[in-house]
Design a protein around this ligand. Sequence first.
Ligand SMILES: Cc1cc2nc3c(=O)[nH]c(=O)nc-3n(C[C@H](O)[C@H](O)[C@H](O)COP(=O)(O)OP(=O)(O)OC[C@H]3O[C@@H](n4cnc5c(N)ncnc54)[C@H](O)[C@@H]3O)c2cc1C
Ligand SMILES: *[C@@H]1O[C@H](CO)[C@@H](O)[C@H](O)[C@H]1NC(C)=O
Ligand SMILES: *[C@@H]1O[C@H](CO)[C@@H](O)[C@H](O)[C@H]1NC(C)=O
Ligand SMILES: *[C@@H]1O[C@H](CO)[C@@H](O)[C@H](O)[C@H]1NC(C)=O
Length: 470
Amino acid sequence: MHLSSHACLNYLTFFLTIALTISTSISIDICSPNSTITRDVLIIGGGSSGVYASFQLRDAGKSILILEATSRLGGHTETYRDPITNLTADLGVMLLHDLPHVKSYFSRFNVSLVPRTAFSPHARIIYADFRTGEVVKDFKPPNPKEAFERYEAVLQKYPYLLKGYYLPDPVPDELLMPFGEFVEKYQLQDAIFTITRSNHGMGNMINQPALYVMKLFSQLILKGLRTGFLSTKNNNIGELYEKATEDLKGDVLFDSRVVKMDRVEQNGYAEVLVHTPEGTRLVRAKKILFTAPPTRENFRGWDLDKTESKLLYQFRAKGYYTTLIRNTGIPDDTGIFNVGSDTFANFPVMPAIYRVTTSGIPGLMDVKFGSETPMDEADVKRQILKSLQRLKKTGLKTSLGEGGVLEGFKSHAPFEMTVGIESIADGFYRKLYGLQGRRNTYYTGAAWHVHDSGRLWSFTEGVVQRMLKQ
Ligand SMILES: Cc1cc2nc3c(=O)[nH]c(=O)nc-3n(C[C@H](O)[C@H](O)[C@H](O)COP(=O)(O)OP(=O)(O)OC[C@H]3O[C@@H](n4cnc5c(N)ncnc54)[C@H](O)[C@@H]3O)c2cc1C
Ligand SMILES: *[C@@H]1O[C@H](CO)[C@@H](O)[C@H](O)[C@H]1NC(C)=O
Ligand SMILES: *[C@@H]1O[C@H](CO)[C@@H](O)[C@H](O)[C@H]1NC(C)=O
Ligand SMILES: *[C@@H]1O[C@H](CO)[C@@H](O)[C@H](O)[C@H]1NC(C)=O
């Protein structure tokens, strides 16, 4: 059906309001047939959860449109292709759980999965305090076996942590303890090195409520450490998203953002004005699925009411950055780990490089950097180079001069969105989940559950099932 002149008039009014509220001129004819896109569901964010949801919804016969802020799908999945060797390396998501829904998702795109152990082997490992660049003498990673047994016994008391934030009221005290206190309570010091190695991007993990560390470092991770994970043969998880991009052709707006939104309370269409490289489009959708990180910036242009903004504006983010570095002089078979020489359980002091390890591509080392809050990217790059230069003090002949070049640098900030202890105790997550379906808007993504792809896809399936029922 063509837009009625009445509807067109509405859009014009809508458009004029925006032209008046923001001083940028949006030069489109909002009444031209091509500028309006109508779908059952508008998915905001084409990363891990958004892409997974799009196939779930399509399989159920729903029409979808993904609105993605960048020029590619995949979010934290980042596969680097080396122009010299043509080899690939996963710099973001690397390991997946051996679970039926993970395997069927990959097989749908004919991307095969192979067994993979958690930590790549290095012939030589150096433990240094990256603040000084000096080797931490006498440091040896403790054997975590017994600490893990105690830890797993605690996790088993809270099976609901595997599924989402379905917390009881009151929230058990030990979930709200700073993780450092929790570690002392259960004598888990020997597990910290391994937990840190797996839980990157949590900022100063020792001060985080134990809940967040327990969500991420789950029974499934413990199982994976014992029996292995899955990955792709050529370290190319990005292939899944290349295939998905082809499949979703016509249903994705890249480099696009919400400009203004007008949602409805009941049945009907939400109207969302979006900015795309080809101009402004009006998207009409029965439902909206938000999957981007819940930052203030990402709700700009939304018609949030008080109930929504009170909850959604509470999140705070950590910083997490990844890069490769070429010709460091560091041998490919050498790994360098950051351990605090004088800190609680040798936890590295942030902001800092977590570790420098082989990328699997000769001549390219993989560097992971974390910070308590998101940082300026130029500052992160400077700190990475300076930090690597200091490692000369370990005795390594790193050839890294001032002109060191980072390749494939990527900011994963805002990462690990969390809220304060008081807020969690006050039922934050019950209220947050109470927003599901309200004003025909649904939410998924790591902030609603956990930074773990396989588990997040299960959670997303639950949200999609609910969307289909309502
Ligand atoms: C370095 C690194 C390594 C990791 N390794 C693993 C691993 O080995 N195994 C594992 O299971 N998990 C891993 N994770 C965690 C995993 O990536 C996350 O759990 C998962 O990507 C979260 O999915 P998401 O959909 O919430 O976010 P994302 O995948 O980040 O998707 C969000 C999308 O929203 C887009 N977006 C943001 N703002 C807007 C906006 N305003 N409008 C439109 N779009 C927007 C983003 O560009 C992005 O594409 C890793 C994460 C990182 C950073
Ligand atoms: C609408 O889109 C079609 C196909 O993309 C194109 O051929 C046509 O010229 C467009 N019309 C207008 C008015 O932009
Ligand atoms: C690199 O590898 C890919 C996939 O293996 C292949 O399709 C491509 O042609 C190769 N490119 C070059 C330049 O060899
Ligand atoms: C996967 O492979 C099968 C059989 O070779 C083929 O029919 C199907 O189209 C392929 N699917 C994708 C997404 O490549």
